[in-house]
Design a protein around this ligand. Sequence first.
Ligand code: FO1
Length: 328
Amino acid sequence: MKITVLSGGVGGARFIRGLRHRLRQVHPDSAGGTVDSISAVVNTGDDMWLAGLRIAPDLDSIMYTLAGANDEERGWGRIGETERVSAELHAYGVGWPWFTLGDLDLGTHIARSYYLRSGLPLSEATSRITARWNLGVTLLPATDDEVETQVVVDDGSTMHFQEWWTKHRAALKARSFVQDNVSDSRPAPGVIEAITDADVIILAPSNPVVSIGTILGIPGIRDAVVRASAPVVGVSPIIAGSVVRGMADACLEAIGVATTAGAVAAHYGARSNGGLLDAWLVDESDADAVPAIEALGIRAVAVPLWMRDLETSAQLARDALSLALATG
Ligand code: FO1
């Protein structure tokens, strides 16, 4: 079975790790993913150049999580990290004083930047970097083009998404989110094929605006999902009216969508009505929302969505696959 997941960082990473675990439970002998394959189409809107290096937070969060090398508590970066180089950079006034590049993490950024400066596209750089970790999942940046997310805040000024989120913790009211040069961008090699050839497509429990929204804004990707022959199942990133982590609530408010599982489903829309979803998983605590979501033409099921550990993430992946197969 070919499964393609559209994903942002932490929530998507945990979901994909659970999905890989679930598939290994079903086919324990499929070393290297010969029976099942997982492709992740990953948001690159959070990326930026910093201190001369290309930083790709969502790609790295997924890579480190699948490699078992991530800092689970912070949700980003490497476990057992030190920050000696970053302290030196800050002393030189290089980079952003509020953004820390860990010493081990810097190895990834240097390798990526080396490949990019050698003329390789991000997709190829990603393929070479991930090869080291034997992830059992193919990571595809949504685009090789630089489509960094800028946030227009209430006073009309614009800043990079990382400044709005990491420095200001989303405390400045956002008016809108725009991706640099997105209309001229193209899906990275393999992205449209991963969507078109998939048996199941899953929208991970990631930020619907700056993660999934950025991926879908790259010309050709949204259309490919709408037209795909595979069932499309989404997992709500909102549980009981709150974000699990991150700042999706502030992002949703900016685009006029309520922070509820039902409103996000309506935002994505039913595929039967020109939207994206055939089915939507909500948390048990949002079971009341199921009839209204089904009235939109989206099959909805309430299951436990909290990914507390590998087992609960694998169970969620199992629920998403069952729903997809029941829908398709
Ligand atoms: N988040 C922070 O809150 N502070 C940091 O200093 C920081 C550094 C950092 C370095 C590399 C990386 O890949 C991610 C990093 N993040 C940091 C996380 C990141 O800013 C965001 O949480 C994501 O982009 C949103 O998904």
